[in-house]
Ligand binder design. Structure first.
Ligand code: HEM
Length: 535
């Protein structure tokens, strides 16, 4: 040691050298026992074996051995931050949801951005959809708006989700490729699922390589319901609009950034918040009723379709500000559990089949990922409003019912919580009819019109990026039939686009695919006024 002048490693007293000076707290075991030496295991004799009774060593190694939990089955790579949501325009006439009752009122928020296909250690600038999941801790429970940065989805029916994700992740025999789209399995699946064509246009566009999370839009994707205090319902689509505008990188930049700094997006968010440059989004709603839904060319329950803002303007009703980085990445960003079924009084589901499938999936996967049914006890998932229920026990139960009653009805004077029909959540009493069936409705059958509408709404430069993206991705497909099948769909979207991609791949154009329903005849004036790339 310093006193004896000998090297601490030689004397076995390294512990002393490594002590933090000053008034640092004493290191303890997880049982709270003060630790005298954290450098040397307990051994028998000078050069003898490690002793089993070294509880400090065994506890330390045991805990380390169990540090990993399963990564999310999708959206494994993500980055989160805290902030708040402020209502800027009250809408009590549309919803009784507490967070929309008064302009100026605020609720805490936690947001996690993510890529979809890559694993937890993959890179930020993959060509991929970005998750945009928002947890709002309202006075009447947690509302999770678990959205993406693209307003539509690949599939209409949740029964195809495992297939979609299997096709996009690494192939089972070889364990690669890990990137989203550059491989046969993905394009094979996509080319056999024409309903995915609209979303494919978005993922081949600049939207799938955002410059940073701060320059992305977010969308709830599904049609939800808002329900007011009188029980009247309107349909709603949710939009997050970035105050900084929309910006993307180009593909060559993405490739370079991934090599130079795979953490580019998470670093950007961390730095911005730490520098006080708080990212902000407006919350917009598209509100419509049954009459609008009936007149609309597409089914509002079909998650592969959007509602053009020209037909139904976006009304801004609030703002989301991210102003605090996490204290601990694992405790907050990894353990946060967003779930589409977390809604609050005044908001309700529709019969969008994809949404209903999601409602099952998230709770199920999180019960496994977070080790049992008590993950709402983890602070990041716990509501910030009063909670009273009779759920008990299970792994890691932190809050069990107190007192005698853990059931109801009961006749005890202190019998615990009771349901309250005046303020409790009530499902919108939508009328139901029909027979059980597995057939898709005819109203879900047009897979090409909105893909075309998106394409023609892009600037020339953006259209070239889509053509280049498709050419690059398809050039990685070894199987010619798959490439030709994609080209047969592209012809129904835009002839010039199909030709450009065919030329890039060195193919003659194949026969166009046979659509289940003929696409709508779009006029140039049918362009979408979607947010454009730019500052
Ligand atoms: C995450 C399932 C469609 C957005 C997840 C997870 C599952 C899942 C199992 C992992 C959750 C966890 O471990 O915490 C499904 C199924 C879908 C579907 C079955 C369709 C049937 C969608 C759609 C969107 C979306 C349409 C966007 C609107 C997200 C986001 C996350 C996620 C943002 C990451 C949440 C986070 O940051 O923790 N999804 N998903 N998913 N999903 Fe989906």
């Amino acid at each position: 040691t310093a006193e004896s002048g000998t090297c601490p490693y030689e004397t076995g007293n390294a512990g002393e050298l490594h002590q933090t000076p000053g008034d640092a707290p004493t290191l303890t075991t997880a049982q709270g026992v003060p630790v005298a030496d954290d450098q040397n295991t307990l051994r028998g004799g000078e050069r003898g074996p490690a002793l089993m009774e070294d509880f400090h060593f065994r506890e330390k190694i045991f805990h380390f051995d169990h540090e990993r939990i399963p990564e999310r089955v999708v959206h494994a790579r993500g980055y989160g931050a805290h902030g708040y949501f402020e209502c800027t325009e009250a809408i009590p006439e549309l919803t009784s949801a507490s967070l929309f009752q008064e302009a100026g009122s605020k609720v805490p928020a936690f947001v996690r951005f993510s890529t979809v296909a890559g694993n937890k250690g993959s890179f930020d600038l993959a060509r991929d959809v970005r998750g945009f999941a928002v947890k709002l801790y309202t006075e009447e429970g947690n509302w999770d708006l678990v959205g993406n940065n693209i307003p539509v989805f690949f599939i209409q029916d949740p029964i195809k989700f495992p297939d979609l994700i299997h096709s996009v992740k690494a192939e089972p025999d070889r364990g690669f490729p890990q990137a989203q789209s550059a491989h046969d399995n993905f394009w094979d699946f996509i080319s056999l699922m024409p309903e995915s064509m609209h979303m494919v246009m978005w993922t081949m566009s600049d939207r799938a390589i955002p410059r940073s999370f701060r320059f992305m839009e977010g969308f709830g994707v599904h049609t939800f319901r808002l329900v007011n205090a009188e029980g009247k319902s309107h349909f709603v689509k949710f939009h997050w609009k970035p105050k900084l505008g929309l910006q993307s990188v180009v593909w060559d930049e993405a490739v370079k950034i991934n090599g130079a700094d795979p953490d580019f997006h998470r670093r950007d968010l961390w730095d911005a918040i730490r520098n006080g440059d708080f990212p902000e989004w407006e919350l917009g709603v598209q509100i419509f009723d049954d009459a609008f839904a009936d007149k609309f060319d597409f089914d509002v329950l079909d998650a592969t379709k959007l509602i053009p803002e020209e037909d139904c303007p976006v009304r801004i009703i609030g703002r989301l500000v991210l102003d605090r980085t996490v204290d601990n990445f694992f405790a907050e960003t990894e353990q946060v559990a967003f779930c589409t079924q977390n809604i609050v009084p005044g908001i309700d589901f529709t019969n969008d089949p994809l949404l209903q499938g999601r409602n099952f999936s998230y709770l199920d996967t999180q019960t496994k990922r977070l080790g049992g049914p008590n993950f709402t006890h983890i602070p990041i998932n716990a509501p910030k409003c009063p909670m009273h229920h009779f759920q008990q026990d299970g792994h890691m139960a932190m809050h069990n019912p107190t007192g005698r009653a853990n059931y109801e009805p009961n006749s005890w004077s202190k019998g615990g919580p009771r349901a309250d029909p005046r303020r409790g959540f009530k499902s919108y009493p939508e009328e139901l009819e029909g027979t059980k069936r597995r057939l898709r409705p005819e109203s879900f059958a047009d897979h090409y019109s909105q893909a075309r509408q998106f394409y023609i709404s892009q600037t020339k430069v953006e259209q070239d990026h889509i053509a280049n993206g498709l050419t690059f991705e398809l050039s990685k497909c070894v199987v010619e039939d798959i490439r030709l099948r994609v080209l047969s769909h592209l012809q129904l979207i835009d002839g010039d686009l199909a030709q450009k991609v065919a030329d890039g791949l060195g193919h003659d154009l194949p026969e166009p695919a046979t659509p289940a329903r003929a696409p709508v005849d779009l006029k140039p004036s049918d362009k979408l006024s979607i947010l454009k790339n730019g500052p």
